[in-house]
Design a protein around this ligand. Sequence first.
Ligand SMILES: [Zn+2]
Length: 426
Amino acid sequence: MSGVLNGQPAAGDAAARNGTRAEFALREMPALLAGREIACQACGSADLTSFFGDNGVPAIRGDFLFATCEDALECPRGDLELALCRSCGTVSNLRFDERRILQQPFGERMHSQRLVRFMIDTCDDQITKYGLGTGSTVLEIGCGSGEFLTLLCERAGCDGIGVDPAHANGNVPLPSSNAVRFVQDAYGPACSHLRADYVYSRRAIEELAGVSGFARELRETLGERRHVHLLFQLRDVESVLEHGAFWDLSFQQCTYFTRGSAAALLRRNRFHVVELYRAYGGQFVMIEARPAREPTLARLSQEDDLQRMTALASDFAARVRTRTRQIEQLMEGACAEGADLCIWGAGPKCAALLHGLRAAAKRISVVDVDPARQGRFLAGSGIEVAAPETLARKRRGIVLLPNAICMEEVQGQLARVGCTMRLVPL
Ligand SMILES: [Zn+2]
């Protein structure tokens, strides 16, 4: 499975080593074959080590579902070649190519009670910490459908501006009492007139090619307004590497951060790092910052993770093989007994998991609680998404749960439909 590039051993099959253009040459690799120097997207260093590769992963931003099985099977795809920057610890996909990505509408995602709880807690924490309320304006960069922005504005009683090139108006009901507006554009110098007291971005800057340029522009647009606080919520790649969680990798994500590399990016671009922590069961890096006059120096113990990342990257491919084998054995065991196999949740994690499992995934079904997802087909595998009720009264088999933090909630939902299949968090 993962780790094979065009039938040849991928970078991760050996210990981490320097990637060369020839070593990872694929049929389609225009940027690399063009002879351009490969540099870290975050710090510009050329000291990169390739450590994991995979081909043909679905290349989609937004909703991973299609109306027909054919469209889902023929979805755009791209390749992964993950490289660790040995200067700053950022992980980049050297094969990232914006042009390959299909932009789909953002679906309504607030169907997980656990996720809603996390979003509410995050809102309330930031409202209290930074005094957000009537008269203040918050700005979200990469707001998607705008569900978090409207939630924050409702709870704080403040005004909001959401910026996203792919935002489509009308997806989310707007709060009646506040002024919430959306700008259908990428955040950049043209947004410098958008004055806000608080700026945040959730899972968006990792999808930008040239994240360093983004951080620099963001700082420039803030100018002398150094009272503005910022929050970035990023996927924590340290935990992805630690758990061999190949289902958390995706083509649309260009860069992956740890606490240390996220802090380094902001500090280099003239921000103070106010708070730096993990949240949501270790899935996210949360970094709170404010503008500084000059670049700032690392001073928090949790920023010191480069050595650990180097070690984790060196055996990530082996860890992925181990995890894949474990899941395959679980599935083989269920198949041998003629029992059912299922994955809970039809999002990007599910698509990546099915892609990683390849042939082993053929007998598996996918369920999702979101009615808008049911009856549609999952990118890559073309599996039709069913309602959890289809598991009613099923007593044998396995339900795989890529998002382990929702274990308790999903256990309850299975019990409600009378399903006693074994729920396995990944
Ligand atoms: Zn770097």
